[in-house]
Design a protein around this ligand. Sequence first.
Ligand code: FAD
Length: 464
Amino acid sequence: MTEKSFDLIVVGAGPGGYVAAIRAAQLGLKVAIVEREHMGGICLNWGCIPTKAMLRSSEVFHLMQRAKEFGLKADGVGYDLDAVVKRSRAVAGQLSGGIGHLMKKNKITTLMGEATLPAKGKVSVKTEKGEQVLTAKNVILATGARARELPGLEADGDLVWTYKHALTPKRMPKKLLVIGSGAIGIEFASFYNTLGADTTVVEVMDRILPVEDAEISAFAKKAFVKQGMTIREKATVKQLDRGSGKVTAHIETGGKVEKLVFDTVISAVGIVGNVEDLGLEKLGAKIDRSHVVVDEYCRTGVDGLYAIGDIAGAPWLAHKASHEGVMVAELIAGGNPHPVRPESIAGCTYCQPQVASVGYSEAKAKELGHDIRVGRFPFIGNGKAIALGEAEGLIKTVFDAKTGELLGAHMIGAEVTELIQGYVVGRQLETTEEDLMNTVFPHPTLSEMMHESVLDAYDRVIHM
Ligand SMILES: Cc1cc2nc3c(=O)[nH]c(=O)nc-3n(C[C@H](O)[C@H](O)[C@H](O)COP(=O)(O)OP(=O)(O)OC[C@H]3O[C@@H](n4cnc5c(N)ncnc54)[C@H](O)[C@@H]3O)c2cc1C
């Protein structure tokens, strides 16, 4: 068997791996990438992109139902679930195919097959044509993660679904239970609820979207309940009894167990890293639960072995994976990149209304000992929001009272997943309240609320 030699081998072609490979190739390295299933990883094939395509369908459906409000006529509004799924799969397919082209364009050797790491600097790949061994001084592991399954609540694809089943439904749920209210759970709850499923969300923590600022969680809960969802907080699904076409869920709240019947359950209780069967333990890499332990430069402690993206731990976000990929590629090529700062990575949930945040929540900022100033601005005070018919929402900002540093921004409402990047740039540039107050925001835009929220924190709000 011949061994092919590279400067860098990347294992996994998700947003972490393929971006790392491109950046390394740009920097002149000879790069190979190994992927066992689909170019673009979970993000393009089963995560970020197909969910947003589905959510776009439910958003348009919702708007069509509101046609009269806008002076329009849209009679007999309905949907074809198969066509919604077909569009979502086509969008995913288009983007996944595009990654193959990017690899070719950047002269990156692509191998489709399952990789293992038999020794330091060696990657063995089981391809359709047999085993191939690649060698390189540097290896980046970007093997991602998969749905976490709790004992007794395992998916079966029929009554109990993971995100993959929820993205390719064979039928429309009538009575849906979503277990877990993180971004994934809430996005599916929002999609199916908007299309008419009677949806219940169960969350073990004391509030939904538990990583968000408490005020945003409370706002979201109110909005979802208004849309007909049932939200059960501080509640645990203990058991699922599967029958013919129905599931009886045993839901415990405050020591009391209730049995409720659903026809579909989506389990969205987190993810586990794909760390198994790679040979990591033998190489001496440390694994904590299901994640490879890395330092701020994604180094595993094994010379020349890096881990990025979901396999390297939270936050489990595509843009975090990609940014780590770029950082490690630059490090390997002899550069001096800055480590990724998790507190400057925005998190977005594409439910209706959308949720987005960056930095510290009000509670976290206080816990860290900051003396804070908080600003708030409601969508109802913004001309563009009213013109769009999207007057439900809030923008909250948290500043350090002494230094004026923008510690965090928390948003709920239309298009906030696009708006948040304004605050991300602000944090990256170490913006203070004064810079933000002196910035001119175009009118009429939703972004004016970002300005007003800052003004409010300093008792200078105009439109409220
Ligand atoms: C339903 C859902 C919605 C999401 N929505 C968003 C969102 O809106 N925004 C966001 O930022 N994030 C979102 N995420 C999370 C996002 O998908 C992940 O954070 C991101 O994909 C992580 O990228 P990665 O490169 O680390 O891993 P992955 O994208 O998981 O890619 C890893 C790749 O490695 C391959 N692989 C694994 N083991 C091997 C092996 N031994 N040999 C060869 N190849 C291997 C896998 O086949 C896979 O293609 C969502 C996730 C889900 C499930």
